[in-house]
Design a protein around this ligand. Structure first.
Ligand SMILES: [Zn+2]
Length: 438
């Protein structure tokens, strides 16, 4: 068995490729108990006598391989499924796993991640390796798959997952919510959000409506405040479509939990905020822009390995500056000037092109990532810069990407090698000087 990513060696496997997850979750809110069945469509990648999936904190009762009961073992974070004889390379498998228990977040280097109880509901914060706290998976961003998730829960709760809502089946006191994502989803973005939520559209208010439907789910008591604060998403969506290219999914949804959240979370095609983010402040506004931008950078275009995390966070941070500029606040370059001044005063210990697992979510990856894009924009000019971003999102829609891919595309579009220009920003610790304005 070999791992997929040196940043997360405990997660993921190269033995099998899962192409589709069909999850049937029967959940009781108050005791926090889950009874579940996962059906995985998979293909064997290596000849082996057993294959492993990520799963932690839950107990597997039964495994069927192509309909036949199979023996299995569970270790702390792994479910190991035995072959009858051998699994052969290229063999197609259907793995049916019956499991359950009391899901809890996994704690580790990145805090508590995964399935988390709220005071009245559930959220999932899967990044980077928390998906295995609620379903058996190959937990790595390169292992995107389609999903169908059914959640059976008490009828006064709303259950939200990835993609489109395909059915709401009321069975008296219990209701089954089925969601389907035809676009592939990285496991860290797979989600379930539950609460006593009202669902509906975000009204544009005085903004011209976005091309893409915008939805909201939150408690009734937060509804009008959230509507008020999120109306500007209509303008944001139009600006981002113009600058970054077509929005990659069918709609964009926001969930506002009852509980305050330290940071918002990205999912696909959703973002999750706390009521503390539903304010008029620039701090809230920039986070709302940041999370929306992740639909392009992170969700549609997902890093092939965690060392390329700046492709998510640097781009989403730069989107905050793009929105600031477009909405008549400070220009992106003014934002870059003050970010650079601030960064100059802190220790330059992070190489953003390979920050290491402990510094993956360091602020400097975000800010210096945005400064890297600012340096590119200064060098190639606005028109070429946004053409690069549009080609980047267009050519790589719903797939995996690397920093090398980005540098190659930027060089091709701009007609000049950009690696020498961006090398020190990405791969050296010392902070380069900000480029001069022409
Ligand atoms: Zn982010």
């Amino acid at each position: 068995m070999s791992y997929l990513d040196s940043y997360t060696p405990q997660s993921g496997t190269s033995e099998v490729r899962v192409t589709h997850y069909d999850l049937d979750l029967d959940y009781d809110i108050l005791p926090n108990t889950l009874r579940a069945r996962a059906v995985l469509d998979a293909r064997v990648l290596e000849d082996c006598s057993a294959l492993s999936l990520d799963l932690e904190g839950l107990t597997v009762e039964r495994v069927l391989v192509n309909g036949q009961p199979s023996s299995f073992k569970q270790a702390k974070t792994k479910l190991v499924v035995d072959a009858r004889e051998r699994f052969s390379v290229d063999e197609a498998l259907t793995l049916e796993i019956h499991y359950g228990g009391t899901p809890t977040p996994a704690s580790g280097a990145w805090g508590d991640i995964g399935w988390e109880e709220l005071s009245d509901g559930v959220l999932v914060a899967g990044q980077p390796v928390g998906a295995d706290t609620w379903f058996p998976c190959n937990d790595h961003p390169s292992q995107k798959a389609t999903f169908r998730v059914t959640v059976l829960v008490d009828s006064d709760y709303t259950a939200i997952s990835n993609g489109e809502l395909v059915s709401v089946d009321s069975r008296g006191p219990r209701t089954a919510w089925t969601w389907e994502s035809r676009e592939p989803v990285a496991t860290y973005l797979a989600t379930v959000q539950m609460g006593q939520y009202r669902r509906g559209s975000v009204e544009p208010g005085s903004y011209p409506p976005a091309r893409v439907p915008l939805t909201l789910a939150c408690g009734e008591h937060l509804w009008s405040q959230a509507q008020h604060v999120l109306a500007k998403q209509h303008a944001m969506m139009s600006v981002f479509e113009q600058r970054f290219g077509a929005y990659p999914f069918g709609y964009y949804g926001v969930v506002v939990t009852d509980d305050e959240l330290e940071i918002p979370l990205e999912s696909q095609p959703l973002s999750i905020f706390g009521p503390n983010h539903m304010t008029e402040s620039w701090e809230s506004e920039r986070l709302i822009a940041h999370e929306m931008a992740h639909q392009w950078f992170g969700n549609s275009l997902t890093p092939a390995s965690w060392s390329d995390i700046w492709l998510n966070e640097g781009f989403a941070h730069y989107a905050e500056w793009v929105w600031s500029e477009a909405s008549g606040r400070r220009s992106a370059h003014e934002e870059a000037l003050s970010a650079h001044a601030e960064l100059s005063g802190s220790k330059q210990k992070v190489v953003i092109g390979d920050p290491g697992p402990k510094k993956m979510f360091d602020d400097r990856v975000y800010v210096r990532g945005a400064l890297t894009l600012n340096a590119l924009r200064m060098a190639v000019g606005d028109q070429t810069f946004f053409t690069i971003l549009q080609r980047w999102t267009g050519q790589n829609r719903c797939s995996n990407v690397t920093t090398t891919d980005f540098l190659a595309l930027a060089s091709k579009v701009s007609g000049r090698p950009v690696e020498p220009l961006l090398h020190d920003w990405l791969f050296e610790k010392k902070l380069p000087a900000l480029p001069e304005t022409s």
